[in-house]
Write a protein that binds this ligand. Structure first.
Ligand code: SAM
Length: 256
């Protein structure tokens, strides 16, 4: 926080222990500490968060990118290794963390970022310009999952980190998450927290190329139910599950 207040990198603070703050700087810093003590997430106070090796602008209009979502990026890269990815659709992009990170690696890929929240999409656009530059070809669509796409539009990869917390499980969330992060980014509409995951897997086959892959982040205890649902659709050929660093089933990938 101090490094943000002084507009200096953290290393500068360590290298200059003798540094004295001006009265204005003390005031700004104290105001930030007050916000932190009231429970506001650090990323909303500093206005940024690291994800992968990039720094994303953050605001209360979008979920703060989580380290476990880096697994989705890692597996998207692994599952497409050696193949050309022409089109990526990132659903519910929020800050753009997943889609923009992949776009920064796949330099020739046409990337479409979507969200139902226009505020989130505007933040993703700012991140896109900051990280990828204004000449990179990225499209932004404000829509309900894949409903904003015409029937013929097909991607090689669809990524999604949908809201998957049940409203009955709000107690599972830390208070600062519940109070500060957007509801629409956190909660599914059914008791199991699966409503949005199911919609996405149901809609995706119409917008994936043959051999294309959808990768979706899921919550604790949802894996078997999601697999059962996907198998019931009888359209995906190959399903894989990946665990996060805590050993929790975190990402499901399904190939058409
Ligand atoms: C869990 S957040 C993920 C944000 C970002 N992808 C990340 O991993 O940090 C879910 C996102 O989905 C969006 N969302 C919720 N319902 C949606 C819907 N029906 N259609 C499209 N996006 C939706 C929310 O606005 C939110 O940005």
């Amino acid at each position: 926080m101090l490094s943000r207040v002084l507009r200096q990198p953290k290393e500068y603070l360590i290298a200059h222990p003798e540094l004295e703050l001006s009265w204005e700087q003390v005031q700004v810093f104290s105001a930030c500490v007050d916000r932190l003590l009231k429970g506001e997430p650090l990323a909303y106070i500093t206005g940024e968060r690291e994800f992968w090796d990039l720094t994303f602008l953050c605001s209360p209009s979008a979920l703060i990118p989580r380290p476990e979502s880096e697994l989705l990026v890692e597996k998207a890269l692994a599952l497409t290794e050696g193949k050309r990815v022409e089109t990526l659709i990132d659903l519910g992009t929020g800050t753009g963390a997943i889609g923009i990170t992949l776009a920064s690696i796949w330099r020739d890929t046409y990337v479409v970022l979507t969200d139902i929240s226009l505020e989130a999409l505007l933040l993703a656009r700012r991140n896109c310009i900051k990280i990828l530059g204004s000449s990179r070809c990225v499209s932004f669509i404000c829509c309900n999952w894949l409903e904003g796409f015409r029937p013929g539009v097909k991607a090689d990869i669809i990524t999604a980190n949908p809201p998957y917390v049940s409203k009955n499980d709000t107690y599972l969330l830390q208070e600062n998450v519940r109070r500060y992060e957007p509801e629409r980014a956190l909660f599914a509409t059914d008791k199991l927290g699966l409503s949005e995951i199911r919609k996405i897997f149901r809609q995706a086959p119409q917008h994936l190329k043959r051999g294309g892959v959808i990768l979706c982040e899921i919550g604790i205890g949802q894996c078997q139910k999601v697999i059962h649902f996907i198998k019931g659709l009888q359209i995906y050929r190959h399903i894989q599950v990946f665990k996060d660093l805590s050993g929790i089933d975190r990402v499901i990938a399904a190939r058409l």
